[in-house]
Every structure is written in structure tokens, then in C-alpha cells.
Write a protein that binds this ligand. Structure first.
Ligand SMILES: [Zn+2]
Length: 176
């Protein structure tokens, strides 16, 4: 658990809209503690602001760690052309939000801050999710268990899911 702890200890972020508990999708999840209206800024995605070179270095380290542990865990978010946010800090509660192929939240970046925003009305008790937007590369390392009807089986961003289905169909043919 010591890995990923950098900087001073801080209280974990929270919001009146959420509660954190075990998830059926993966590990720990973040859930709506009350009904949330569409467009609500549910929780801020916080972390360390870092330059591009450092972000690159940390992303690679996080990918390597994730492949070793079987988890999906890249926490570096692009903030703007100069800086990224590394959300792999203990006080970033939003790092527990799981990916879904039919997410009820989306990420919005405004004025140097990253927000998890409700993209539709969310009922109390629903697990919060957003599209991790992963590339196609090494998709096999990121199986998805979101359980939605639209689930692609792996965590890749929406625009790549049709291509993923084609590749999976090809691979399942005998002799492939
Ligand atoms: Zn899925």
C-alpha cells in the first residue's frame, strides 16, 4: 500500500453525492448516496500536477504495475498541453470510480480542474462509472466486467469498440 503514496498526507476528497464501498465490477467502487441530477459535478478528480515528461514516466510505471497485478490502473489525466494530473494519490477518492461500457458519468476538464460529471440522472445506490478511454493497445490486459448490455468485454474507448468486436470475432475463428 506504500506504493503510490507521495507528498504530504491529506484527507481523502469526498462529496455529498457519493459513498465508497465494495464494487461488483472491480475492487472498491464509488456509489451515488442520493439521486444525482444530470450535469451535476459529482466529484473532483484530484492529484499531483506534473509536467509532460514526468507524466510519461509515471504512466509507463503505472502500466507495468497494472499488467503485473492484473488491474486496470492508469491514473494520469491530460490537463492541458503543458501539465497532467497524476491521480494515483491516496486522497483522490475519484480513483476508485470504475470503468463502464455504458457509463453514467463523464470526465470534464474546465479551468485546470478535472470533474466527474453525471451524464444522466443517477439513482441513489447506483455505482458511478465513466469511460476510461483506453487505447486499443494491449486491450487483453484490461478485461471489463461492467455487466452492461453494451459491454465490449475489454476496456477500450467507445470509438474503438466496433474494431474490438471485429478482432475478437477473427480470433475466435478456428485456425486463427
Ligand atoms: Zn464493459
Amino acid at each position: 500500500m506504500a506504493q503510490g503514496i507521495r507528498g504530504k498526507a491529506r484527507a481523502a476528497t469526498t462529496s455529498p453525492h457519493i459513498e465508497v464501498r465494495r464494487s461488483e465490477i472491480h475492487g472498491t467502487g464509488v456509489f451515488a448516496s442520493r439521486e444525482i441530477a444530470r450535469g451535476t459535478k459529482v466529484l473532483e478528480y484530484v492529484g499531483e500536477k506534473i509536467g509532460k515528461a514526468e507524466a510519461e514516466r509515471r504512466s509507463i510505471a503505472q502500466i507495468e504495475r497494472a499488467s503485473a497485478s492484473g488491474g486496470a490502473a492508469v491514473f494520469v489525466f491530460e490537463l492541458n498541453s503543458r501539465y497532467d494530473i497524476d491521480g494515483d494519490v491516496p486522497w483522490n477518492t475519484a480513483r476508485f470510480i470504475n470503468h463502464s461500457c455504458s457509463p453514467n458519468c463523464e470526465v470534464e476538464i474546465a479551468r485546470g480542474r478535472i470533474w466527474i460529471v453525471a451524464r444522466r440522472r443517477i439513482r441513489a445506490g447506483e455505482e458511478l462509472s465513466y469511460d476510461y478511454g483506453y487505447d486499443f493497445e494491449a486491450f487483453e490486459e484490461h478485461p471489463c466486467r461492467c455487466g452492461s448490455r453494451a459491454c465490449a468485454g475489454y476496456i477500450v474507448r467507445t470509438g474503438l469498440r466496433r474494431r474490438l468486436k471485429r478482432v475478437l470475432a477473427e480470433n475466435s475463428k478456428p485456425g486463427a
